[in-house]
Design a protein around this ligand. Structure first.
Ligand code: GCV
Length: 660
């Protein structure tokens, strides 16, 4: 087998439906397929292809093409309605899928197949769906040499040894997986755009990228690239990248023309500027509105968008300087610029103010810039959440952000305040795509939540499990019980109560309580013999809490009111501080680490109980990862507990083993 063909079908496994009555109930409604006319590489052609491949496998039926208006069978119809939306209804002799556009028919076809694969009955099928968010995007941090920054699943799907890969069967499968959950945008390269990747926007690479765009287009996915703000200088064409220099503006305008000539539906650029040594407008004494608008103006004639990242902070801090707080940085840099960005700029804001820690408060920028388009950035790749060696089902974490009330009133949740969601992708060229087979659920879950942020993680987990492993309720429930709660398990054996950052520096795997404590990254927890945590109050700390709207600021400011899971993010507290649960802080740290490590150990046993139901190769691969997680969680428990015991001198009230 060509290594290009060696990949898992993931949740598009289309396993045969074992229940005969159910199979027949579907089959007699689906044997004839009627569709409107379509072009060769159109979304509708993809829908037909998917149905014709999937239905025989799920139901054992051969699908015949019907003619004209069909009264029986599966009919796909173009009618009115919102873009990308669809309705699906079951009738005694057929299924009717209606949509306003071909994309709606493609999404509806995938939903129908998912419905069947999940073991549901046709009679209940009556859906009307439209995506809640227009932009549902995956950002890859892939480099042209094939490496992936913070990638835990093999090499890049798009690049190898300085080349753009041709659109082979793996990439088609990738596009199908994206479209099946409604993802409609992909940025291919790392936001750290170094010299080689700067050249992606030149004729050296554009013809190859156009081939990828052609494949993705047929699945309703637009391509984006990360751009180097200093590209005119890096490419040796100008001696400045000053956003207010007319030569620089003309350079970007010409560049946009070249790019859109090669890829007419190109989406635009993601930009990391003035962040972690990347160039940006600050070099020229300009602000981020001036920087973003330079590019936005150049891409506007083509309908392009600029995703301008707000991950801007001082990464050369001195730990002795207690006045600078990294958590404040994004708000301090961007809030005052509200109203100054062109309409095709989207500020892309990480979910929290630091950097994808297992738990952070929501970034105070959300909902605080009424005249500026915003996009939420999540991290599916598990940089700080176990690197796809630990099970950590992130839709539960994401849901806590999406539901967060950034504004008052019933529509005040974060999901309603943004124009889209981007997640840093967790897929690579590993045969199972994500390193850990069960991490596919994060990719799936991201797409489902971006389509509909109101979905519940439990439903997402069950859908994913049924589609991936078949609809046997015992297996589905067992998998759901492993996925659900796994984020909180991970959190409970790592850094306590929102404090974050107790990881090994650089690679970010495994415990190192002081790894970042005296470093330059602005990532401190200030543990000493008396207490731990960062005072971010307005009254006596860094003032970060005051960046929130008044009701939230009041909650975070007061340790008696602050959500307990974030208490050390906002407060430096003595070890004897009594949490609302009635447990002293130090005891709660010990309890959570003991419990978290034992829950991680229990995952191994839960998985073992599934041995007979899971294909051997996947069973063994997952078992190996869960065993590593169990061992690493025990290490986290022991390192963190010993650290706090040595600092505080307080013994565990329950007398469990804490190493001296
Ligand atoms: C792509 C963190 C990661 C970096 C990443 C950066 C970012 O600092 O460790 O690898 O760079 O975030 O989001 O830009």
């Amino acid at each position: 087998m060509d290594s290009n063909d060696d990949f898992s079908p993931a949740w598009l496994a289309y396993k045969p439906i074992a229940n005969r009555t159910l199979r027949e109930a579907w089959a007699h409604r689906l044997e004839v397929l009627t569709l409107p006319p379509f072009g060769l590489y159109s979304p509708l052609a993809r829908a037909e292809q998917e149905l014709k491949e999937a239905l025989p496998s799920l139901l054992g039926v051969e699908v015949k093409r019907g003619r004209g208006i069909a009264s029986k069978g599966l009919s796909l119809e173009l009618t009115g309605g919102a873009p990308e939306s669809f309705s699906l209804r079951c009738f005694p002799d057929g299924i009717r899928l209606k949509a306003a556009d071909e994309l709606g028919l493609l999404y509806g076809s995938f939903r129908l197949l998912a419905w069947i694969a999940q073991g549901r009955e046709p009679e209940g099928l009556d859906l009307a769906e439209a995506p809640r968010l227009g932009l549902r995007m995956l950002d890859h941090w892939d480099n042209l040499d094939g490496s992936v920054e913070r990638g835990y699943a093999g090499k890049s799907l798009f690049f190898r040894d300085g080349r753009v890969l041709p659109p082979g069967s793996r990439l088609r499968a990738y596009a199908r997986l994206l479209a099946s959950v409604g993802i409609n945008a992909v940025a291919l390269n790392n936001v750290n755009v170094r010299d080689p990747e700067t050249r992606l926007i030149t004729p050296l690479y554009l013809p190859r990228l156009a081939k990828l765009a052609e494949l993705f287009r047929s699945y309703g996915i637009r391509l984006y690239l990360s751009a180097n703000f200093a590209a005119p200088v890096t490419l040796g064409e100008l001696d400045t990248a000053d956003p207010l220099d007319p030569r620089v503006a003309a350079w970007w305008e010409e560049r946009a023309r070249i790019v859109w000539e090669a890829i007419p539906d190109f989406g635009g650029f993601v930009v990391k500027a003035d962040s972690e040594h990347r160039p940006g407008p600050f070099t020229y004494g300009r602000d981020h509105a001036e920087g973003a608008n330079l590019l936005a103006k150049a891409v506007a004639p083509y309908g392009g968008t600029i995703f301008w990242r707000c991950f801007v902070y001082n990464c050369l801090q001195d730990w002795r300087d207690r006045s600078t707080d990294r958590a404040r940085a994004a708000y301090d840099h961007f809030h005052g610029l509200d109203g100054r960005f062109l309409p095709n700029v989207r500020l892309q804001i990480k979910n929290g103010p630091m950097d994808f820690q297992p738990r952070e408060p929501v970034s105070p920028l959300f909902g605080s810039m009424p005249s500026t388009g915003q996009v939420l950035e999540l991290q599916a790749t598990q940089e700080y959440t176990g690197q796809q060696r630990h099970l950590c089902f992130l839709p539960e974490q994401w849901k806590s952000y999406l539901d967060f009330p950034v504004a008052t009133g019933p529509d005040g949740d974060l999901a309603r305040s943004v124009q889209g969601i981007a997640a840093v992708a967790n897929a690579g060229d590993d045969p199972n795509w994500t390193g850990h087979d069960l991490a596919q659920a994060n990719w799936y879950g991201f797409g489902r939540l971006a389509w509909n942020p109101e979905l519940q993680p439990g439903d997402i987990a069950r859908e994913w499990a049924a589609q991936t492993f078949g609809p046997d309720p015992k297996v589905v429930e067992a998998l759901a019980s492993m996925l659900l709660g796994s984020w909180e398990t991970y959190e409970s054996y790592t850094a306590p109560l929102g404090v974050g950052w107790m990881v090994n520096p650089n690679h970010h795997y495994g415990p190192s309580p002081d790894g970042y404590e005296y470093d330059r990254w602005g990532t401190y927890h200030f543990a000493d013999r008396d207490g731990v945590g960062v005072d971010r109050t307005r009254s006596k700390g860094t003032g970060f809490a005051a960046q929130y709207r008044p009701e939230l600021a009041a909650l975070f400011e007061d340790p008696a009111l602050c959500p307990q899971e974030l208490i050390l993010f906002f407060h430096h507290l003595p070890y004897g501080w009594m949490l609302r649960s009635g447990t002293p802080l130090i005891q709660s740290i010990y309890d959570s680490h003991f419990e978290g490590a034992s829950r991680a150990a229990a995952l191994v046993e839960k998985w073992k109980a599934l041995e007979a139901s899971i294909e051997g190769k996947i069973y063994s691969a997952v078992l190996k990862r869960l065993e590593e997680q169990k061992e690493n969680a025990a290490l986290w428990r022991d390192v963190i507990n010993t650290y706090f015991f040595r600092k505080s001198g307080v013994a565990d009230a329950r007398g469990r083993l804490i190493h001296r």
